[in-house]
Design a protein around this ligand. Sequence first.
Ligand SMILES: *Cc1c(COP(=O)(O)O)cnc(C)c1O
Length: 397
Amino acid sequence: MTESQQWIDRGENVITKTYGRYPLVAARGEGSRLWDVDGKCYLDFLAGVAVNNIGHCHPKVVTALQQQAAELLHCSNYFHIPKQIELAEILCQNSFGDKVFFCNSGAEANEAAMKLVRKYSSEQHGPNRFEVITALASFHGRTIGTISATGQEKVKAGFSPMVPGFKYVPFGDITALKTAINPNTCAVMLEPVQGEGGVNIPPAGYLKAVREVCDQSDLVLVYDEVQVGCGRTGKLFAYEHEGVEPDVMTLAKALAGGPPIGAMVAKEKFAAALGPGTHGSTFGGNPLMASAGVAAMDVILNDGILENCRAMGDYLLQQLQQLREHYPFVKQVRGLGLIIGMELDIEGGDIVKTALDRGLLINCTVGKVLRFLPPLTVSKEEIDEAMDIFDGILKEI
Ligand SMILES: *Cc1c(COP(=O)(O)O)cnc(C)c1O
């Protein structure tokens, strides 16, 4: 029996079955490559679902973690943490934001944002203004609060009752948004590009129109950039493409180059609503994770990552669009930077399994959209290698 199979059997006994896991037992990663415990090498075009934006085990992140680990692992947010302050400075200097709250995941960052918009609105407009409008096909996390915010039934099934105060509108439809706004509305929360919902890019001008609608009624505009922030779309933050700033933004996934971290970035006017004692997190902005965040952000900002993302994003999109001309079951290819979706009119699950078998990691969202999320450090040669494997699979369908 392979070592992989032994681990799979052991996991079967003790790990909750919350994921439909693929038969890959991860051992080691470097750049765009991942190795399993039996030594098989994979080209990783999933990158930990947009976490490993600067590749696996980036040496600058590894060094930062090693140094910090030897000095101070954890203290408490009762005290000041230099690396946390440095990371917040980097985020504020490179975004619309004035203040940062740190936590440990995307869901927690969104929880912080949802608490902030309720608190701000209750202070400014009284207790009845608490409703948040989100988009259909959105994804905001797996806590009770964030599944309530998410505009997909499948994440909610069996977990009722949901947290009240959410309304959902079709993504990209400004008229629907205007119609949904009512005297109880306090905020609009959107992913600038929907990730889990199938790589959905809103029509040009949509985010600007959303901004205007929010400004008219003092609604807080929140962007969930957990998946598309930190360089994924070829800009540091996805909102930069249209130059339309939110009031609050949530980050997680790639922010620390692999280790778990979450952040809510807010303009001062809104951040001021969360005073002492209103919110917190034991591990949030912990010295270890913050040190990795400083290192990862430094790499993203200063090592040509965004340029490579744009160039390789164009190249991969073009390669996938060429495949579309050869295979009638490919409906559409769409993407921004290195988040690219290929929508099929057949189920994509088997393609993902075959790809894994042949050493290429991709995934499939909403049943029919193959999603490509390689590290932003990916090379043209690695894309060519991935496309060879992928084309070989499509040929057999
Ligand atoms: C992954 C994701 C989340 C949830 O992040 P977790 O770290 O898994 O809690 C929230 N929003 C978006 C857009 C995501 O892609």
